[in-house]
Design a protein around this ligand. Sequence first.
Ligand SMILES: Cc1cc2nc3c(=O)[nH]c(=O)nc-3n(C[C@H](O)[C@H](O)[C@H](O)COP(=O)(O)OP(=O)(O)OC[C@H]3O[C@@H](n4cnc5c(N)ncnc54)[C@H](O)[C@@H]3O)c2cc1C
Length: 407
Amino acid sequence: MENCYDALVIGAGPAGATAALILARAGWSVAIVERAPFPRRKVCGEFISATNLGLLRQLGVADDFLARAGPPVRNVGLYAGETSLAAEMPRTRDGIDPFGRALGREHFDALILGAARKAGAEVWQPWTVKQLDRVADGGYQATATSADKQTAASLQTRIVIAAHGSWEGGLLPTHVHAAPARGSDLFAFKAHFAQSELPADLMPLLLFPGGYGGMVHADGGRVTLSCCIRRDVLARCRRERPQQSAADAVIAHIRANCRGVDRALDSALRDGSWLSAGPIRPGIRVARDDGIFVVGNAAGEAHPIVAEGISMAIQSSSLLCSRLMAHRPGALTQHLLDSLAVSYADSWRKNFARRVHAAAVFANLATRPLAAQLSIAVLARAPSMLTWGAYLAGKSQPPAFIHADLA
Ligand SMILES: Cc1cc2nc3c(=O)[nH]c(=O)nc-3n(C[C@H](O)[C@H](O)[C@H](O)COP(=O)(O)OP(=O)(O)OC[C@H]3O[C@@H](n4cnc5c(N)ncnc54)[C@H](O)[C@@H]3O)c2cc1C
């Protein structure tokens, strides 16, 4: 039958492309549908923790990643008001590739998707999955439309893996529903800068009234600056700077409140446009009872203050796919799929819930004025607590679940 697959992956960010790559390499017939043409930039700090290098190596993309990415990030820092601090980034426990690096999402996402295509995944791009309907004998029928909306197609699949992220709405059952607007909602911004004075081996956390962010050297000498800012504070910034765009008002607010950022951008030039997204939807939503598997941000999201979303995206796909590929696609009865869904969700929580909760605590401290002031004062006295925070965020412990059979 035409357009009939063992697995359909929705979205080709790090989570979706990793899932497609692993399953295609295991001999499954896989379709991966991606709405955006690649290469495409994306709101993200672009830092990839060293804990992922073992997995990237098994996926066959580590050499290309290391060849393209920015310098090793040996220090974690803090820029807040007049305070500029640095402390050691914790090394990974296995010590093979001890430090993480940053790579532009236009390169990283295309790298993994390219490997998935090479492994045999059929790439539908730029196409959008609009609807999922359960079919009588198990599995799903997906309706997808091409970017120009002139063409629609039906895709039949035994298994759906939703990897569409969490910041875009839609009618799929796995889309994260919009909540009523609140002043504490966080909107995200990101830009690249050339000729920044930021030290090459430093990734500072930026704390400013109503938000947090990060800076890091990525590929090609560019520095990535990304941040999250509360809805109410964003509105105030815009009122105070009515002639400026939202992004320009935000960066002016950050520069006025973080001497370290102001210095690092003093002679820098923006490279490309600002990107924005939001409100972001941190939380855990991995458990489902409709037979659809969720990975990456669709399964759960830590506040970006810990810069672990890409790690959770590719590692969650590895967690899920190592379970799926232990079986022949034809042998996956509904009963077996249900039990795999339970075991995947348990394992997801075991591996990532601590990161999600730690990130929520850090984000709360960062976005409340008194708590932020107190945190900055404590860190100024004991900068080594930054190392401890990075450790809590999962920066030193490679996942225990990488299986030799992914190679
Ligand atoms: C300000 C900020 C800074 C961050 N910094 C970092 C960092 O430094 N390090 C880090 O590890 N993480 C960081 N993150 C988190 C990270 O960006 C996300 O966790 C990560 O992108 C999640 O990957 P994903 O594959 O789940 O989803 P995404 O990257 O969102 O990919 C989803 C893909 O699905 C496609 N899609 C959506 N709907 C459909 C559809 N219906 N049909 C077809 N395609 C569809 C989209 O076009 C997209 O390409 C940051 C996040 C923010 C907001």
